[in-house]
Each structure stands twice: as structure tokens, then as C-alpha cells.
Design a protein around this ligand. Structure first.
Ligand code: NAP
Length: 253
């Protein structure tokens, strides 16, 4: 590890890496010296364009996009196996893929509940399970799970999402205790409101109201979150585990 390249020589897997927060993590992990495999779900063209751009910018590193549906146990297992195959070594897992299906609970259809729980929470099992033993056997590594302020505090209109993200935090703490003795850290990052496609879907007046609740009156950037994720994935954070670190510009203090 050098000061400029804290992830030098590391192998990193990121789910949902073709846009938003995941893409920012992929970019920064490569810039900090890692080889990266990232998952895409709906837009192969966008994923390949990102990988081509980053391979050209970092010809000495590898950046590989692979299809993954994290809500599907079989597809997730195939993604995990292919990711291990593409990396010389594997050190960092970033469970980032997630969706919202916002509606009041009284109006929530069963498929909305199951889609949100499946993509956000079941993915902690489908992706982490096949990638855990390589880290445990190696006796080093870091897992960073993307939760949400909604999982810490609850957000109206997001009961399923809040439940899934709170579940991720419980999962993070339990797994951190299970594998801490094997030199593997497990942490969660809980973003507040970050400028991505996810928050672009919030209606304008609601977005303005939410912005007014943030002390700095501004949403965060995907890069803000990526810096925290890459820090938690690096040796600099080797004594931090089982934590849910909120990054919300002080939305709740
Ligand atoms: N933006 C925020 O304000 C905010 C706040 C708190 C937490 N978060 C969390 O941060 C993470 C990233 O969010 P974002 O804002 O970057 O969202 P985004 O721009 O909507 O991106 C979502 C990502 O998840 C992937 N994805 C969705 N369903 C998937 C599935 N079934 N299998 C595999 N990948 C799937 C998407 O892949 P494709 O593009 O290929 O479909 C995309 O890369 C999520 O876990 C989200 O809950 C975001």
C-alpha cells in the first residue's frame, strides 16, 4: 500500500457497478490501484462503455463487467464464480446493487415488497455466500455493504426499502463478529441523499423539501460515497468492523 494507491494490487468485486454510486466506487478503486470486476443488470452497453473508458485510462489494471442479477441465487452464484475466475486475487467485496419501489405501505403490492427485499437484502446472501470462503481462507479482506439512512431512521414511503437496509446493517454486524478472527472486516455505509438516477426519480417539490433538511442544502455526490467505501476497503480501516457509517451531510444529527 502506498499513500496514493491504498488499494494497490487488490482484487475488488462491485455489484451494480455500471452507474451511480457503484460506478463511482469502480472508478475510484481502479484509480487507487485495484483490479475490478463489476456487475451490471439491465444495460450491458453502458457497462461495456464504462469498462472501455477505465481500461484505456488504466492500461496496467483490469476492469471487467459481468452480468449479474443479485436477486437470483443461480445468476449471483455464476457471477461470483466468473468474478473469481477473472481476478488474480480477491480482497474486496462491495455489495452495492439496490432498488427502490416507493409507495405508502397501505398501497404496497406484494411484488413491490418482494422486489425491494430481493434486490437489496437477499443479495447479501446470494452474492456474499459464494465469495466469503476465499476471503476467510486468505485470512484478509474487506466487505462493504451499501445500506441507507432509511435503514437507520426509517423513511415514510419506503417501508420495504427501510426494512431491507436495516436488515443489511444487522447482517453486517453479525457477519463482522463471525469472521473478525479471520482478518476480514465487514462494514456498512449508509448514504443519505446522493445525486444518482435513484434520487432523480424523486418529484421536484419533494426533492426540494428533502434538500432543505440537509445542513449544507445539497445532496451528496457518488464520489463522496466512493471515498468512504474505498477507505473502509483499505488497510487504513483495518481496525474498523461491524459499523454502519452514515454519510448524509448531516441530514440526521
Ligand atoms: N442515491 C441515493 O441517494 C442512495 C441513498 C442511500 C442508499 N443508496 C444505495 O446505494 C446503492 C446504489 O444506489 P444508486 O443511487 O447508485 O442507484 P442507481 O443509480 O439506481 O443504480 C442502481 C444500481 O443497482 C443495479 N441493480 C439494480 N437491480 C439489480 C439487480 N437485480 N441485480 C444486479 N444489479 C442491480 C443497477 O444495475 P443496472 O444499471 O445494470 O440496472 C445499478 O447499477 C443502492 O444500494 C441504494 O439503495 C442510494
Amino acid at each position: 500500500m502506498t499513500a496514493d494507491l491504498p488499494l494497490a494490487g487488490r482484487g475488488c468485486v462491485v455489484t451494480g457497478g455500471s452507474r451511480g454510486i457503484g460506478a463511482a466506487v469502480v472508478r475510484l478503486a481502479l484509480a487507487q490501484g485495484a483490479d475490478v470486476v463489476f456487475g451490471y443488470h439491465s444495460d450491458e452497453k453502458q457497462a461495456r462503455a464504462l469498462a472501455d473508458e477505465l481500461c484505456a485510462a488504466h492500461p496496467e489494471r483490469r476492469c471487467t463487467p459481468l452480468y449479474a442479477d443479485v436477486a437470483d441465487t443461480g445468476a449471483a452464484a455464476r457471477f461470483a464464480a466468473a468474478a473469481l475466475d477473472r481476478l488474480d486475487r480477491f480482497d474486496i467485496l462491495v455489495n452495492n446493487a439496490g432498488i427502490t419501489r416507493d409507495t405508502l405501505f397501505a398501497r404496497m403490492a406484494p411484488e413491490q415488497w418482494h422486489q425491494v427485499i430481493g434486490t437489496n437484502l437477499d443479495s447479501m446472501y446470494t452474492i456474499t455466500r459464494p465469495l466469503l470462503m476465499p476471503l476467510v481462507k486468505q485470512r484478509s479482506g474487506a466487505i462493504v455493504n451499501i445500506a441507507s439512512s432509511a435503514g437507520l431512521h426509517g423513511t415514510p414511503g419506503q417501508t420495504a426499502y427501510s426494512a431491507a437496509k436495516a436488515g443489511i446493517i444487522g447482517f453486517t454486524k453479525a457477519l463482522a463478529k463471525e469472521i473478525g478472527s479471520r482478518g476480514v472486516t465487514v462494514n456498512a455505509v449508509a448514504p443519505g441523499l446522493i445525486e444518482t438516477d435513484m434520487t432523480a426519480a424523486i418529484p421536484g417539490d419533494r426533492a426540494e423539501f428533502l434538500r432543505s433538511l440537509i445542513p449544507g442544502q445539497a445532496f451528496g455526490s457518488p464520489q463522496d460515497v466512493a471515498h468512504l467505501v474505498c477507505f473502509l476497503a483499505s488497510d487504513r480501516a483495518r481496525y474498523i468492523t461491524g459499523q454502519a457509517v452514515e454519510i448524509s451531510g448531516g441530514l440526521v444529527v
